[in-house]
Design a protein around this ligand. Sequence first.
Ligand code: SF4
Length: 282
Amino acid sequence: MAERKPDWLKVKAFGGNNFNDVSALLKDLGLNTVCQAANCPNRGECFNRRTATFLIMGPVCCRNCRFCNIDTGRPEPLNDEEPERVALAAERLKLRHVVVTSVTRDDLPDGGAAHFAETVRRIRRRLPECKIELLTPDFRDVPDALDIVMAAEPDIFNHNLETVPRLYPKVRPGADYNRSLKLLKRAYDKFKAVTKSGLMVGVGEERDELRQVFADLAEHHVSILTIGQYLAPSPKHLPVARFVPPDEFKEYADEAKKAGLKKVFSAPLVRSSYMADVVFSQ
Ligand code: SF4
């Protein structure tokens, strides 16, 4: 069990005009965000920058990852109006870079791929210049899911590895490290997509294991990587094994770049979608 949360992970209380505006807009349009569902510590900062990461296909996930704050259970049917509502919110927020993610929908025949694609198309119709980043699940048993998603031509295809392969059974039991790597590779090989992935550290990984993940990502043509500290959402979740000091995050960034990743954003409070516009345009 890790020690008490260190100062570098403390954030200011949420508030401010933009924060309130964004929260009200999301509520008005009946939209979910991963910012709220995952209880993200950056909410104050991101909402005040008038950005948020939309969580589509409902607030209930089919899988039971031990690090995640999103509810697990039987998800509800898809809401056909949701893609347009996401587009409307993006337009009202005047976003130049939208990040859309979802819960894992292993219950749907296409894993939710068509809903992702429709969301991209609706956003593009309202905001043709906007960059669109999709952060998708692994679409477990659906061979065509990636093709359906990529037909809508998102600008960035993001899929998180989250942790080192040894810890998958403990951290994300429904997932498979090699399946995730293959998905990223296929997005690059077949669709020439800009691909991105994310890791959380402090769950018990060893330094050498991380280095191997950097090498695997580079070998699978991933060009953008985010690395941040894992924070346990509650005492029932996977406990934090270690709080990684800020300087070590800088070392990770250097090592990942040395391995061949082009853009690496590594700091304690970095999340997969944190400052996604800045990371992309670096
Ligand atoms: S880092 Fe991502 S999930 Fe967290 S508040 Fe910002 S946009 Fe939302």
